[in-house]
Design a protein around this ligand. Structure first.
Ligand code: ATP
Ligand code: MG
Length: 180
């Protein structure tokens, strides 16, 4: 599985619809300070279901929507889609390509979509559980994270190992079953 494209529209500094393409292997994003490199990492986290504005470097969720500049009016909606190559079948869906989309409006309303069908946040979380790419996964390692893992309490370290070992999915299912 690898990330093929990211499409952003109205997310932070990405006003116009912008499509970034990646190949398998290592890609590097370079650019001057303030050009939007970290915003791309924020966009990935956001689509994967991040609920904390602080993690996305804002103070409220609305901060991820393009706020306008001297020349351009603010936008009312942010939308980001990640398209993943799934030809190795790592994602438990019978498609060679999987597109996950998140959309949010200033009112706070929003939605998630998998391959253009509306779904729940939980469906997005389950899709990525145990792939290492979930919002709690380690596909994005922010500054300071390495120190955080080294300094983690034993329970926190346990959950990191569980995610890596691939048992989070079963724990989530057990929790859901217990609620029924
Ligand atoms: P550095 O090299 O300093 O880490 P960077 O390339 O990572 O820079 P980002 O942090 O991704 O830069 O982008 C910061 C820019 O995004 C700032 O110019 C900021 O004004 C802009 N920005 C953030 N949120 C919004 C928003 N909601 N609307 C418009 N612009 C925004
Ligand atoms: Mg940065």
């Amino acid at each position: 599985m690898y990330l093929k494209t990211i499409e952003l529209h109205g997310f932070k500094s990405f006003t116009d619809r912008t499509k970034l393409e990646f190949g398998p292997g290592v890609s590097v994003i370079v650019g001057p300070n303030g050009s939007g490199k970290s915003n791309i990492a924020d966009a990935i986290r956001w689509v994967l279901g991040e609920q904390s504005a602080r993690v996305l470097r804002g103070s409220k969720m609305e901060d991820i929507i393009f706020a306008g500049t001297k020349k351009r009016k603010p936008l009312g909606m942010a939308e980001v889609s990640l398209t993943l190559d799934n030809s190795d079948g790592l994602l438990p869906l019978d498609y060679n390509e999987v597109t996950v989309t998140r959309r949010t409006y200033r009112s706070g309303e929003g939605e998630y979509l998998i391959n253009n069908s509306t779904c729940r946040l939980k469906d997005v979380q389950n899709l990525f559980a145990d792939t290492g790419m979930g919002s709690d996964g380690f596909s994005i390692i922010p500054q300071g994270k390495v120190d955080e893992i080294l300094n983690a309490k034993s329970e926190e370290r346990r959950s990191i190992i569980e995610e890596t070992a691939g048992i989070v999915k079963y724990r989530n299912r057990k929790k859901e079953a217990a609620r029924k």
